[in-house]
Ligand binder design. Sequence first.
Ligand code: MG
Length: 410
Amino acid sequence: MSRRTRKVSATFGSRTDVGCVREHNEDSLIVAPPLYVVCDGMGGHAAGEVASEIAVNVIASNAPAFPDATALGQAVEEANLAILRAAHEGVGRAGMGCTCTAAMIENERLVIAQVGDSRAYLLHQGHLQQLTRDHSLVADLVESGQITPAEARVHPKRSVITRALGSDPHTQPDLFEINVETGDRLLLCSDGLSSMIEDDEIEGILVHTADPQLAASQLVNAAIAAGGLDNVTTVVVDVTGFAEVRRKKIARKTKVTAALLVVLLIAIFGGAAYAFNFMTTNAAYLAEQDGKVAIYQGVPGNLLGIEFSHLVEVTDVSLDDLQPGVANRLKGDGLRVDSVDDARDLVETYREEAAGREEVPAGEGANASSGASSASSANAAGSSSAANASRTSSAASSAGTANAGNGGAA
Ligand code: MG
């Protein structure tokens, strides 16, 4: 039997056993969410096995994709005709047949198509309820008040069924459409379970066994412990309904969100690493090193002891040759430029300025002090060689120095 399994809102378990007396297991079952079927074969000499197997194969092929009672009923009717056809063609034995309880469940909707005395039960809020009505002689006798349910369990004709697949081409299943709730539990079983143990015992096992597979197995164990006079088959389906759908939806969203977060973090860290690398391999700055102007590649500072720059070279330009403002910056945070080449260009400028100042004659230095570019040039003019100027007017020289200094600072 093959059927493509769809993702549905249920968890389930199942087990079938030959029991303690029978030589063959003539029960067949389908557990292919959202479809679950139990068929109990009859006909003797293993013919019942053939009939129940034909039934499950035909139902698996013809069942609708979603719970639809009418369509499921039609699949069961097809199974009935297929068994009749097979018997007519000499497959199995004439008169072979089977019961059939077929259920489909999705979210909180349950549909059932049923023929014979295999049952569907629903455990709702801890209470077991038989959903299907047995098509059997004793069920008719109980309903007409001729015998009690207790008497039916030991009635000599308790195995006589009044409707089965394989006996009449016009046989139609009873159809049920039921709204179930999350937390409910569906049980399908052959009469090898329901004839061997009481409903109270079935209820107790279903209530106290959380795992559906274990529950299905425990039910079979109980039937065997009670004598196992018949083949016994159980299918237990937990209704997880919309809660399960919601859980899967949230799980999907969480996965997508986590993936996006990972991508975002990779982008942030990747971008930061790229920017840091770009900065440290392209940027440069000038700083003081042993009284000289030094060129560094990168940016000033460090993180956890990791420096963001390295020394490229210590130039021959002394900080004493620079304007005081520039020298102070180099002693402090450094003077940032775009590249090492720019740093070298700037150092060259300083070098030329310093050389230019050394070449300026003393007398011109005083005159030029009003427009001079550095305080040191003005100092040189006023202190070393402009003796005449200082002798003739020390006040003028001081004023010139002060002006020069202001000019240089500006
Ligand atoms: Mg049976």
